[in-house]
Design a protein around this ligand. Structure first.
Ligand SMILES: Nc1ncnc2c1ncn2[C@@H]1O[C@H](COP(=O)(O)OP(=O)(O)OP(=O)(O)O)[C@@H](O)[C@H]1O
Length: 328
C-alpha cells in the first residue's frame, strides 16, 4: 500500500544578495539583487507502508528541504505530495498526529527541564489517554534503556542520551510516518549502534514508515534496503542499496599480504594498484576477472594472506554523485 506519494516536488528559495561593507549595505537598501536557489527540483517517488528508506545526497543536495516539505514545515514552490492521504503543508491536525520529525541538530525537549516533563506536555498536546501514554512511554524507555535519565535536566545529559529522549518525544503519539534527519549525527560508535538497533526493531515491530537521512553509511547499510538519492536538488537514483554497488562499481578490492618483497611491476598487469609497500598490496580488479586473478596470485606469488571484498558503499555512492554532476 502506497503511503507517501511525491510528484514533481520543487522548492526555490528567494533571497537577496548582500555584499560586504557599510556602503553596500546602504546601496542594498535601495537596490537589492534578488537571487533564487533551486534547492529541490521536480522530485518524484512513492513509498509503501512499513518501508524504511534512506534519503541520501551530498551536503546541500536538498534532503532537509525535502523532509521539511514532507513534514509540512515548508510550502513547496511547485509539485504535489500525499502522505496517508494528507497534503503535508495544509498541516491538518490529523496529519500532525500521524507523523513525526526528528532533526539531529534540533531539539523538541526543553533543555532546562527533565525529559519526563516535556513528555507530559506532549501527552497533552497529542491528547493521549493516561493508559496509552504510560504504555508507550514505558515500552520506549525500556527499549532505549533511559529510565535512569528521565528525571535529569536535559542540558546535563550526554548527546547519546539526549537523542534517545528525542526519539521518545517523537514516538510517544505512535506516528505512522517518521522523518529522521541525521539521527546519529555526532554520536559515538556505541550510541550510534544503540540508536540503529532501536530503529530496526521499532520499524519491524510497528511497521512505521521511516525516511532517514544520514551521512553515516553504517546507518544506511544496516537499516535500509532502498535508497533515494538526490544531488543538486534532483533525483539521481531510486532503488535497492545492494544494486548501487553493481550499477556504479564493477570492481572488487583484493588485499594481498606477501611473505617476500615483490616489485610493484609484478602487480601492474593484474589491476589498478591502490596501495603498495612491497609486502602489502591493495588491488582493484574487474568483477569478471577477480576469480582468475585470485587463482593466479595464490599460485604464482608468495602469498601470506589474501582477502577479497566489495568496494565500500560510500565509494559507490560518491561515484554516483560524480556521475550526477557530469549529467547535469
Ligand atoms: N532558507 C533558505 N534560503 C536560501 N537557500 C536555502 C535555504 N535553506 C536551504 N537553502 C539552500 O538549499 C540547498 C539545499 O539545502 P538542504 O539543507 O536541503 O541540503 P541538505 O541535503 O539537507 O544538506 P546537508 O547534508 O548539508 O544537511 C543548499 O544549497 C542550501 O544552502
Amino acid at each position: 500500500m502506497t503511503l507517501i506519494s511525491v510528484q514533481n516536488l520543487t522548492k526555490h528559495f528567494e533571497y537577496y544578495e548582500k555584499e560586504q561593507g557599510l556602503k553596500s549595505s546602504f546601496r542594498n537598501l535601495i537596490h537589492r539583487k534578488k537571487m533564487v536557489k533551486a534547492a529541490v527540483e521536480q522530485v518524484s517517488f512513492e513509498i509503501k507502508k512499513g518501508e524504511m528508506v534512506a534519503f541520501l545526497g551530498p551536503n546541500g543536495a536538498g534532503k532537509t528541504t525535502t523532509l521539511k516539505m514532507l513534514s509540512g514545515i515548508l510550502h513547496p514552490s511547485e509539485g504535489a505530495a500525499s502522505i496517508m492521504g494528507f497534503t503535508p503543508w495544509e498541516r491538518k491536525n490529523e496529519f500532525k498526529k500521524a507523523m513525526s520529525i526528528v532533526m539531529g541538530q534540533k531539539s523538541q525537549l526543553w533543555w532546562d527541564l527533565p525529559a519526563i516533563d516535556s513528555f507530559y506536555l506532549l501527552k497533552n498536546i497529542y491528547d493521549l489517554s493516561d493508559e496509552n501514554y504510560n504504555n508507550t512511554l514505558n515500552e520506549l524507555v525500556e527499549l532505549l534503556d533511559v529510565k535512569h535519565v528521565l528525571n535529569i535536566q536535559v542540558r546535563r545529559l550526554s548527546l547519546g542520551e539526549r537523542m534517545k529522549l528525542e526519539l521518545i518525544a517523537a514516538l510517544l503519539h505512535s506516528p505512522k510516518v517518521l522523518f529522521l534527519d541525521e539521527p546519529t549525527i555526532g554520536l559515538d560508535f556505541i550510541s550510534q549502534k544503540n540508536i540503529r538497533e532501536f530503529l530496526k526493531k521499532y520499524n519491524r515491530d510497528t511497521k512505521t514508515t521511516i525516511i532517514l537521512t544520514s551521512h553515516y553509511m553504517k546507518d544506511i547499510e544496516d537499516l535500509c534496503d532502498r535508497s533515494i538519492i538526490i544531488n543538486k536538488g534532483k533525483l539521481i537514483y531510486d532503488g535497492k542499496i545492494s544494486e548501487i554497488q553493481s550499477a556504479f562499481q564493477r570492481k572488487k578490492r583484493m588485499k594481498i599480504s606477501l611473505s617476500e618483497l615483490l616489485a610493484r611491476e609484478q602487480f601492474e598487469k593484474l589491476g589498478s594498484i591502490k596501495e603498495y609497500n612491497g609486502y602489502d598490496v591493495v588491488l582493484e580488479v574487474e568483477n569478471e576477472r577477480f576469480k582468475e586473478i585470485a587463482h593466479l596470485v595464490l599460485e604464482q606469488y608468495p602469498v601470506q594472506d589474501l582477502t577479497i571484498e566489495d568496494i565500500p558503499l560510500e565509494e559507490g555512492i560518491s561515484l554516483m554523485y560524480q556521475k550526477g554532476e557530469q549529467d547535469q
